[in-house]
Design a protein. Structure first.
Length: 391
């Protein structure tokens, strides 16, 4: 995990020069650290900032926090949603506002960057609920914050960091690896420094620091890392980084996990609702999935469970119906697949049979070899997306 001592003094100065959170939010974060705080105190702090109150009520009445009742006051919001949820909500809308102020400085599509952050926040909250973390609202805010360090590095290093982002966008290497090679720290550490400056609760700040760390480093950080990988896999928005790790711990077989399938299929609609509620400018990324009229069946035969999970998620986002290969035949079941994606080359006889029946065989092992992807190396999801789009 990134520790404050790892942040150079010069970068600390840049962090302190960045826009601050509203005074009311800072006050909320302070009073909620006290042993006891009342609903009335929380409501009064939110009401002291009319802009914050308007944004908080707008999100509280959105599908993100559907209560079945119209929420007209900060007091109502706090009673219905709870103190922790309202404070996280106020922090989330403020973070979204501050980030959008800085987006125009990005050397990549600012709308796509914002959409990526919202998608990771939503997916983090759903994953946190699935693994039964006690405070899924923390995962939502940590998801919003996870890439804030990129804006810190951009403000501090200027064109040098913009060049690093362009190199990552072109697929030269994973962004966090390029950051460490060039600046001796990555955006996770820089984001942690900003979270500390903003007095963000420790669990969220540590999750930001750990979202590129090894699994098991931090529970909320683990959720944000998985959500970040999933959102990049299904190509919603763009964060400046084309690479993910396909290590164990990636969300698994979609056919056995209905919640994950539903997350992927519903995420775009939920993002649009969240963008409207948070006041983000809505726009589609050039990497967004193109919907097809039907959902053809595609079977997979992939040895690595993590990579199979990546391929299944991506195929579902491309509007195919992914499934694993049953037994040894691709012709089992009521529907015939249009393709088999495999890393085990079929025999000449099998290949001929597939061709006669119009079932295309996509050689995943050859794809890895062509692009020099060794076992354990990060996957370039843009290259993989482009390859699977040819099905």
């Amino acid at each position: 995990m990134s520790a404050p001592s790892q942040i150079p003094d010069a970068l600390r100065a840049s962090v302190q020069a960045l826009p601050v959170l509203p005074t009311a939010v800072t006050r909320l974060l302070t009073i909620t650290q006290q042993p006891e705080v009342s609903v009335g105190e929380i409501a009064r702090v939110i009401e002291s900032d009319p802009t914050l109150m308007a944004r908080t009520l707008r999100v509280a009445n959105s599908p993100l926090y559907s209560t079945g009742r119209a929420i007209k006051t900060a007091q109502q919001a706090t009673v219905l949603l709870g103190i922790e949820a309202v404070v996280n909500l106020a922090l989330g809308v403020s973070v979204a506002s501050v980030q959008e102020q800085l987006h125009e400085q990005l050397p990549i599509d600012a709308e796509a960057f914002g959409r990526h952050s919202i998608a990771v926040a939503l997916a983090s909250r759903k994953l946190a609920r699935h693994v039964k973390l006690p405070h899924p609202g923390e995962a939502f805010v940590a998801g919003l914050l996870h890439d804030i360090g990129k804006l810190v590095l951009l403000m501090h290093h200027g064109e040098a960091y913009a060049d690093v982002m362009r190199r990552a966008q072109q697929g030269e290497e994973a962004l966090d690896a390029l950051e460490k090679e060039t600046f001796d720290l990555d955006h996770a550490a820089a984001g942690h420094a900003l979270c500390l400056h903003w007095n963000v609760p420790a669990s969220m700040a540590e999750a930001v620091a750990a979202h590129h760390a090894e699994p098991g480093t931090h529970p909320v950080g683990d959720v944000v890392r998985k959500a970040n990988n999933l959102v990049k896999t299904i190509q919603i928005g763009f964060s400046g980084n084309r690479f993910i790790s396909a290590a164990p711990g990636q969300p698994g077989d979609l056919t056995a996990q209905g919640w994950l399938r539903a997350l992927i299929l519903n995420l775009s609609e939920e993002i649009e609702q969240a963008e409207e509620a948070l006041g983000y400018t809505s726009g589609s990324s050039p990497y967004a999935a193109k919907k097809k009229a039907a959902r053809p069946l595609v079977q997979l035969q992939i040895d690595n469970p993590g990579e199979q999970a990546v391929l299944m998620s991506m195929l579902l986002a491309l509007d195919f119906e992914p499934t694993t290969l049953a037994d040894s035949s691709i012709f089992d079941g009521p529907a015939r697949p249009i393709a088999l994606v495999t890393d085990s080359a079929p025999s000449d006889r099998q290949q001929q049979a597939y061709e006669q029946l119009g079932v295309a065989v996509f050689d995943y092992a050859a794809f890895r070899q062509t692009h020099h992807i060794a076992p354990g190396q990060p996957l370039d999801v843009y290259l993989l997306w482009t390859w699977l789009s040819g099905l």
